[in-house]
Design a protein around this ligand. Structure first.
Ligand SMILES: [Ca+2]
Ligand SMILES: [Ca+2]
Ligand SMILES: [Ca+2]
Length: 253
């Protein structure tokens, strides 16, 4: 499970069990996530249809999997009566980041469903800062860009507005091997790195061989991505070989 901030907007209850003996229930809800709890206001005499419309925030650490909501009828003597509970798994919001207003079933202590609670969820993943290590291993099947000789490929790697260049592999042709490491200062919000492959020429401008996009989402989730093939797209928009790259993210403490 990821770390970040969970925002819960609790709107209202629908058809909750009215547990007041004389008059109508005065519902409030306790929202719990891990060891942290927040309480809504008490809506006096709202019965089974309380409207709270309140926002709460929770810091979510790696071991939290659900949000639990307990609803009570407020009593002045402190003997609040249970109106039901609701357990909401958080796996979906960790992936989708936002769940629009939805109704969740409320269970009575005997396990029967009685009413619903309406709320929306938002998850803001924690942003990590650190170093992205990009291992440019090799390329396969690049186009030929020299007339009388083999190409002399090199790579221009861009990430988070930083640009680094590989060594030029003289006469390496269509299958150069660099086996070179590059480091970029990044945050986990950066979505991709791009690699532009070029043929070094002496008397004319260098020739483009194609570009590859390296998505970074996986490396921020997993910490590393083993050497993998990424398509190289030529200037015509067609595939023009592939580049083999490994990734590692080292967060700053
Ligand atoms: Ca009451
Ligand atoms: Ca050339
Ligand atoms: Ca050349």
């Amino acid at each position: 499970m990821p770390e970040g901030t969970l925002e819960v907007q609790i709107f209202r209850g629908h058809g909750l069990k009215d547990v007041e003996i004389f008059g109508a229930s005065d519902p409030f809800a306790i929202l719990s996530c891990g060891v942290v709890s927040h309480q809504t206001r008490v809506i006096h005499n709202a019965g089974g249809e309380p409207v709270w419309e309140q926002d709460f925030k929770f810091d979510v650490s790696s071991d939290i999997e659900e949000l639990s909501i307990s609803i009570y009828d407020f009593e002045r003597d402190g003997r609040n009566r249970q109106m039901g509970t609701c357990i909401i798994p958080l796996a979906d919001v960790f992936v989708q980041l936002e769940i629009p207003p939805s109704n969740y079933e409320v269970l009575l202590p005997d396990g029967k469903v009685h009413g619903k609670v309406e709320l929306s969820l938002k998850f803001l993943p924690k942003v990590y800062h650190g170093t992205l290590e990009l291992h440019l291993m090799e390329a396969h099947g690049l186009i030929s860009a020299d007339v009388f000789d083999k190409s002399d490929p090199y790579a221009i790697i861009k990430c988070n507005e930083q640009t680094l260049k590989s060594k030029v592999m003289e006469n390496a042709g269509n299958d150069p091997v660099w086996d070179q490491l590059f480091a970029f200062a990044v945050s986990s919000e950066i979505t991709e790195a791009t690699i532009t492959l070029m043929d070094r020429d002496t008397f004319t401008p260098d020739d483009p061989l194609g570009d590859a996009v390296i998505p970074l989402e996986a490396v921020f989730k997993q910490g590393s991505v083993p050497l993998s093939k990424y398509k190289v797209i030529g200037s015509s928009g067609k595939e023009a070989g592939e580049v083999v790259v490994g990734l590692k993210f080292v967060p700053k403490e």
